[in-house]
Each structure stands twice: as C-alpha cells, then as structure tokens.
Design a binder for this molecule. Structure first.
Ligand SMILES: C[S@@+](CC[C@H](N)C(=O)[O-])C[C@H]1O[C@@H](n2cnc3c(N)ncnc32)[C@H](O)[C@@H]1O
Length: 237
C-alpha cells in the first residue's frame, strides 16, 4: 500500500457518525434534548471499582456528560468522539473543572482510537456503537477489549432490540408512537425512523455473542420494557 493511502475496505466512521452530530447547532441543543443523568452510571462504575487511580475511556462521548462527571473521580479520563463539534462541547464543559480534573479529548472513533499510556481500567460507551454495522461492531469491540486491562470493565449502553423478529412490527410501532412531539424534548418520530432506516441497531441476541467472541464476560445485562434499549456491564477476559 502507498504510504498515506487509506485502505478502501475500511469503514469511514465520519460518514456513519450521523450528520447531526457534526452540526454545531444540533450539538448546542443536545444536552437539553437528551436529558442524560450520568449519576447512575458513575455510581455503577464506582461500585465496579472506579477510584482516583483509574483510567477511563468514554468512546462516542458526545458532549461528555459521563466523562465530565467521572473525570474528577479518576486519574485519567479520555473522551473520544469522531465529531470535533461534540469534543468542542466537552472542552466547554471542562472549563468549569480544575485543569487536572479535565478529560483529555481525542478526535477518533471505535475503529481508529489508539490508546497510549497505561491501559484503561474502564471503557464506557453510550448510544454510539449503533453507528457501526455488525461486522464493524465486532471489530470495534475487539479493539475495546485490547485497550482494557484483563478484568477491566466495559459499561455499554445502546439502542439494542431485545425482542424476537416476530415482534418487530408491534414493538417498532409502539416505539414510534412514544416519540417526542418536539425535537427539544427528545427524539421525534421522524428521528427514530431515520435511526431505524439508516443506522445499525441490532438485536441483543446478536450483540451478546459478539461481546463474548470479542473477549468479554457479560456480568449483567438489562433491557428496557420497550425492548429498544439495553445496558451491559462486561469484564475483559
Ligand atoms: C447519540 S450520541 C451519544 C453521545 C453520548 N455518549 C451520550 O450518551 O449522550 C452518539 C455519539 O457517537 C459519536 N459517534 C458516531 N460514530 C462513532 C464512531 N464510529 N466512533 C466514536 N464515536 C462515534 C457521535 O459523534 C455522537 O457524539
């Protein structure tokens, strides 16, 4: 291969990142729309052993709600996202923290992030893995396993479907009916339809073997009643 020439078979993560995530206007309204409280996941990570000695990497960090909440509690937090606009929001949020407590921002993706320094004790990722088709999810999960210490913890949350193929029509219809009326209040029907059509949410019964084959033990799995969200706590084997 010619030096500097991209390998044409590799996925272009920016092209699959969701154009809205590269739009500064959308990013400015993201926290209000998402209404995410990082508290329960921070508490879970602490229960799993996160301390001031820990290194945590948040991949697909978005505006950095989790990374900013965890950074003062850890030795090092790396906030990784393919969107430079999202990382600008992380930096803006970090301005309120003392300099040593700020997350380090890295503009990269699941498939390109190169971890340096001591291996991570924790990887966190919320609502980002669905930007990759399943083949690339497995590649990404293997890369995540490789940057963790043995026994290190992956906390993974995403839109993942915990129902059978026979339930698709009813479950998706119920999900679309529950959409927000206004974009500022959450994800609208149109946005959920775009998600289904153009992104890569998969089934839990496909993702779970992928996690295991990529080098994780699934310690805990939980599924929303709607069947469209799943959360996993995994340990690197
Ligand atoms: C729905 S947002 C979630 C952000 C944040 N984790 C949260 O829970 O609020 C998805 C994020 O994933 C990022 N993203 C998309 N594809 C990615 C990839 N291949 N690698 C890393 N981040 C990616 C987007 O830029 C966006 O910031």
């Amino acid at each position: 291969m010619v030096k500097g020439q991209a390998e044409a078979w590799r996925l272009d993560e920016i092209a699959h990142a969701g154009p809205e995530h590269l739009d500064a206007g959308y990013v400015a309204g993201y926290d209000l729309k998402a209404g995410t409280d990082p508290g329960p996941d921070v508490a879970l990570l602490r229960d799993m052993g996160l301390t001031r000695d820990s290194v945590l990497v948040d991949i697909g960090c978005g505006t950095g709600r989790l990374a900013l909440a965890a950074a003062p509690l850890c030795r090092r937090v790396v906030a990784v996202d393919v969107s430079a606009e999202m990382l600008d929001a992380v930096r803006a949020g970090a301005a309120a923290l003392d300099a040593p407590s700020r997350p380090q921002c890295v503009n990269a993706g699941f498939l390109t992030y190169e971890h340096s320094g001591e291996p991570a004790d924790f990887v966190y990722s919320r609502n980002a893995l669905h930007h990759l088709p399943d083949f690339w999810k497995a590649v990404a999960l293997r890369r995540v396993a490789a940057l963790l210490v043995p026994g290190g913890v992956l906390r993974l949350r995403d839109l993942v479907f915990s129902f059978a193929p026979t339930e698709v029509e009813d479950r998706i219809s119920a999900w679309l009916d529950s959409a927000a009326d206004q974009p500022v209040d959450g994800w609208t029907r149109q946005e959920l339809e775009t998600h289904l059509r153009e992104e890569y949410s998969t089934f839990t019964w496909l993702l779970e073997p992928m996690l295991e084959r990529s080098g994780f033990d699934i310690l805990e799995a939980s599924y929303s009643d709607s069947g469209v969200y799943a959360a996993y706590t995994c340990a690197r084997v």
